[in-house]
Design a protein. Structure first.
Length: 173
């Protein structure tokens, strides 16, 4: 299997898991979308439709412990969904500068896991995720939840992240 991508998602082709053969045919990718903050990770397994979704709650005041929880939680999701072809992570937003560093640390712990497991990944901006889910890059949390059909704002954001990534990731098997 090989994973190819457009320029917007370069890591997917650079970190592809194996070589393709000339007779390979494109199939719909299975993407794990992640909406990481320093206290929660919304997640969604999407292959053209939502197959599973939820939110990991990261507890405690120690950021190293929350990073460990993030890594362990994403690892368990990947174990439960071994058919995930690539992971898409929503890029950090600097609305609150004090929150940006812990958020980046949590995302870094997840990226370290993906590198260790040699899983392709890409980054999706919040506006790309909103546009993919609702057709508008400035959609509200309520709009995202309605579009995803979920009552969890973090999982709903992860649906948008996964949908945006599916536009850029192609799997050949």
């Amino acid at each position: 299997m090989t994973i190819t991508s457009s320029p917007e998602c370069p890591q997917a082709s650079q970190e592809a898991r194996s070589a393709t053969e000339p007779h390979d045919q494109p199939v719909c990718a299975t993407v794990l979308g992640l909406d990481c903050s320093s206290t929660t990770i919304g997640w969604c397994v999407h292959d053209g439709q939502v197959r599973d979704a939820g939110t990991l709650r990261l507890t405690g005041s120690d950021i190293a412990e929350r990073c460990r929880q993030a890594r362990a939680g994403v690892y368990l999701i990947l174990l439960n969904h071994p058919d995930v072809d690539a992971v898409a992570i929503e890029s950090p937003v600097c609305r609150f500068a004090k929150a940006l560093i812990p958020q980046a640390r949590v995302s870094g712990a997840v990226l370290a896991l993906l590198a260790e497991k040699q899983i392709a990944w890409c980054e999706v901006t919040p506006s790309e995720a909103k546009h993919a889910a609702t057709g508008r890059g400035n959609a509200s949390k309520a709009d995202m939840m309605t579009a995803a059909g979920l009552d969890d704002e973090h999982a709903a954001d992860a649906v948008g992240v996964a949908k945006a990534a599916l536009k850029h990731v192609q799997v050949l098997r």
